[in-house]
Design a protein around this ligand. Structure first.
Ligand code: FSO
Ligand code: SF4
Length: 551
């Protein structure tokens, strides 16, 4: 069997996973995910080649199914196969309603039909990135487009779960997907990549609005990292609707709820503070889950990525939900339109489990999303004007298991004491438990929330630009040192470029799917820089610009 996956930062040898994924994805599942993308591209071609309106159910399915193909979300080949079959059925509905499209415009992705079960497996080997083009720059641009769209799909789906739907986001997603197998030129694809950044900004803004209107604006919060005596349920991933329902259903049951990895920021939302049994955060970033899940002792709910190959020690205690999946692991079904998900099996199991083993006992401070930071704007501005804060360094993004990601801890520790780190995403676990102190009461690590809350950091930067009366956001005392891992980080990066930020450092490696030619364009157009040595990077991040001490 042939596979080639390059979509995440851990692509083998920073080239590509060609026999099995470093993430644990096997060849068959990887190829079936490529086939699912191919079917979604076919659906999208039917959507964009006709002027007929598209049903919401087709758009929402497209987003959910695309979301299931991002790194560490779904390892369950049966679930991927079901999504392919559902996609083929929806593609047929679209085709039936669009007889106006001339036959000459009907491509393989629009008309391929499997006749036997074997056909899925055979076809799946020929629709991956290698089939996008024989030209490396075109292939790289199509990969960048597709992976950016995967990130947008994930965030758009979180918004849909909360009742926020923007048809323009999905219309552009279809437009972008319809280009993946099309014979487009490099300038045409570059245009679509840049528009993906615009769409990512719009999607993160929509998700921010969905989160804050449902759960309030994040507030400065101290989150405990120790444990209580009750049995616990651990919840990971990014889906806040899931934690809302879990907290409601566990209330008064003698079960405590803890967050893991990207669910930590749930503690910052006012709506969840009223639950006494929502006690703290357990463990750290996603890649430590084998260790953390084993000692947690109770059930674990994975609402999205990142899942790592599971261990027997906790496999019976693990549950997936939403677009997350893993073969042999119990899956909690989606809510019906007006109802809630049913977490009773998980709660029953928790009651039979010992309480979590304590692995640390301290606290993490966070909740510095845009509204909270802007309410402190006077304090921040005067600290900048007095020279107490010399630089803001955005270190948002993802964490990962490669040892050289220690670079981000080293940068955090090496930055001078007058630098403030702005963070979001699981990248924060590289430095959020260090005692880096504060500047006139402003902590030196300001955590806005999940990776999607990188949007908050951009809002803060744009507001500071206004307050300081600058014409260009790049004139702020602000630098970027972004850690990337999977495709949501690609969407976040494209969003930052869309907002005009330049000179972003990216690491720990540049994406394997970029060709030297496309890297060169990114360097020339946006001054993107690969990370280097800690010392040189800290010097560069601190900048040589004049300090903003003027009134
Ligand atoms: Fe991390 Fe995983 Fe949030 Fe990603 S848990 S790596 S970019 O899925 O989504 O930051
Ligand atoms: Fe390899 Fe990443 Fe693809 Fe997994 S998602 S197969 S680690 S490139």
């Amino acid at each position: 069997m042939h596979m080639n996956c390059q979509q995440c930062q851990e692509a083998r040898g920073n080239k590509g996973c060609r026999s099995a994924g470093v993430c644990g994805k096997d060849e068959k599942t990887a190829n079936l995910q490529d086939l699912l993308v191919f079917v979604l591209c076919g659906m999208s071609e039917w959507m964009v080649k006709s002027t007929k309106p598209v049903d919401k159910k087709h758009y929402v399915f497209m987003g959910k199914a695309l979301f299931s193909t991002i790194t560490n979300a779904n390892f369950d080949e049966q679930r991927i196969l079901e999504l392919i079959k559902q996609g083929l059925s929806f593609r047929q509905e679209l085709a039936d309603a669009r007889q106006d499209i001339p036959m000459a415009q009907v491509t393989d992705a629009m008309r391929w039909i499997p006749k036997t079960d074997e056909d899925y497996v055979v076809k799946s080997q020929y629709v991956g990135i290698d089939s996008f083009s024989s030209h490396e720059d075109i292939r790289a641009l199509k990969s960048l487009l597709l992976y950016g769209l995967k990130g947008v799909a994930a965030y758009a789906d979180h918004a849909v779960v909360l009742g926020s739907y923007d048809v323009d986001i999905y219309a552009f997603m279809a437009k972008g997907l319809s280009a993946v197998f099309a014979p487009l030129s490099a300038p045409e694809l570059t245009g679509l990549v840049l528009r993906t950044g615009d769409s990512a900004v719009k999607t993160m803004a929509l998700l921010d609005q969905a989160h804050t209107s449902a759960y309030g604006h994040p507030e400065i919060t101290k989150v405990k990292t120790g444990v209580g005596k009750n049995p616990g349920v651990l919840i990971s991933g990014h889906d806040l609707k899931d934690i809302e329902e879990l907290l409601k259903q566990t209330q008064g049951k003698g079960v405590d709820v803890y967050t893991h990895s990207e669910m930590l920021p749930a503690h910052y939302y006012p709506a969840f503070k009223k639950y006494d049994h929502f006690v703290g955060n357990y463990g750290s970033a996603w890649w430590n889950q084998n260790k953390d899940f084993e000692s947690f002792n109770g059930p674990i709910l994975m609402t999205t990525n990142c899942i790592v190959p599971i261990q027997e020690s906790y496999s019976k205690r693990l549950f997936t939900t939403g677009m997350a999946g893993y073969p042999g692991v119990a899956h909690i079904e989606d809510r019906l339109d007006s109802g809630q998900k049913d977490f009773s099996a998980l709660i029953q199991l928790a009651l039979t489990c010992p309480s979590p083993k304590e692995i640390e006992n301290g606290e993490i401070v966070g909740g510095f999303a845009h509204q909270q930071v802007l309410s402190l704007a006077d304090k921040v501005v005067s600290a900048v004007k007095s020279g107490a804060i010399k630089r803001f360094v955005v270190m948002a993004g993802c964490d990962g298991r490669q040892p050289h990601r220690h670079y981000f801890t080293d940068v955090a520790e090496t930055l001078p004491k007058d630098a403030v780190i702005l963070t979001a995403g699981c990248a924060k676990y590289r430095y959020n438990k260090l005692n880096l102190g504060d500047i006139q009461g402003i902590p030196r690590v300001l955590d806005a929330g999940q990776c999607n809350d990188s949007y908050s950091l951009a809002v803060v930067a744009l507001k500071l630009k206004e307050v300081f009366g600058l014409n260009d956001v790049n004139d702020l005392p602000l630098s970027f040192d972004i850690a990337w891992y999977e495709q949501k980080a690609v969407a976040v990066l494209l969003a930052l470029l869309s907002l005009g930020f330049k000179g972003i450092k990216l690491g720990p490696t540049l994406p394997a799917f970029l060709s030297p030619g496309v890297v060169q364009v990114l360097v020339e157009k946006f001054d993107i820089q690969p990370i280097g040595s800690v010392k040189d990077d800290v010097d560069q991040l601190m900048g040589n610009q004049a300090l903003m001490t003027a009134g």
